[in-house]
Design a protein. Structure first.
Length: 291
């Protein structure tokens, strides 16, 4: 062991994780959520967990890890720890080519298959921009092409972001990527604005009512989503998993996808090399092969 590693291993100061405790936390985070936590992320993890030290009353990281692993605090603390660790970057109409594909090809194809009641799933919904974008696209398609009912399931591992998503309230600037016609139809700007605060906007209740929110861990053995989905978005999630976990998650997603339905993954992700009942129909858009 070199001198740097030795200092990390035996450091007992309150401002840093020991290497031993970091590895225990990293292993738990990986087992629980599939998120890889290499040692280069040690400083990041310390920063993310400082508020959990304050919330639990633990004066040092050593005390916090003792509380987790030696004093049975893990069961109650696990969801809050994961909330602190997960990254929840999101935008409305993020990776817009996916939504253009839905408008131009995906939804017309589902209609041609005789599907008039569409089920969609945003499997890592963060604060809600993705499922609300999906709902806007589905509602707009129904408006232009005749009656079509739909339901969007929005799930995430983080309870914090789910609570925010359910409110459907955002800084007005966050709605900038939403096309003007859709913004007029589905967004309401708050009337009361504080001089020191950016205006807020809220998704209209009619659209919010088409979305159901629930906590779900993609590391679970099966996904309780009810009837098969016609559309699944699982974007910018697989990049945090190793290859074995990616394959497992993709297989479980396929189990939830109706034959002929569409799976959307992030533009930096790939399903190549996995034995799955999927075919590529556009860039990072996959269709479950009809039986």
């Amino acid at each position: 062991m070199n001198q740097h590693a030795a200092r990390l291993q035996y450091d007992t100061g309150s401002d840093h994780l020991t290497l031993r405790d970091f590895r225990r936390l990293a292993q738990f985070i990986n087992d629980y959520s599939g998120i890889k936590m290499p040692e280069v992320k040690k400083t990041m993890l310390e920063g993310r967990l400082r508020r959990r030290l304050r919330a639990t009353g633990c004066p040092t990281f050593i005390d916090y890890c003792r509380f987790l692993f030696d004093e049975d605090g893990l069961e109650q603390e696990a969801p809050l720890l994961i909330d602190a660790v997960t990254t929840n970057k999101t935008d409305f109409f993020r990776e817009p080519a996916h939504f253009e594909f839905l408008r131009q090809r995906g939804l017309p194809d589902l209609r041609a298959q005789g599907i008039n009641s569409v089920r969609a799933w945003s499997s890592a919904c963060s604060v809600g921009a993705e499922p609300y974008t999906l709902a806007m696209v589905l509602a707009d398609f129904a408006e232009d092409h005749g009656p079509m009912s739909f339901f969007v399931l929005a799930t995430d591992l983080s309870t914090d972001v789910l609570a925010s998503a359910q409110q459907g309230i955002y800084p007005l600037s966050m709605l900038d990527p939403v096309p003007t016609a859709l913004r007029r139809r589905y967004v309401r700007v708050s009337g009361a604005v504080r001089p020191t605060r950016e205006p807020r906007a809220r998704i209209v209740p009619e659209l919010r009512s088409t979305i159901g929110f629930a906590r779900m861990n993609l590391m679970d053995d099966a996904y309780a989503v009810g009837n098969p989905m016609h559309i699944i978005f699982c974007r910018n999630v697989l990049i945090y998993f190793d290859k074995v976990t990616q394959a497992q998650v993709l297989r479980r997603l396929c189990d939830c996808l109706q034959p002929g339905g569409y799976l959307f993954i992030g533009h930096s992700e790939s399903a190549t090399g996995f034995d799955l009942p999927l075919r590529a129909v556009s860039n990072t858009v996959l269709q479950r092969i009809p039986s």
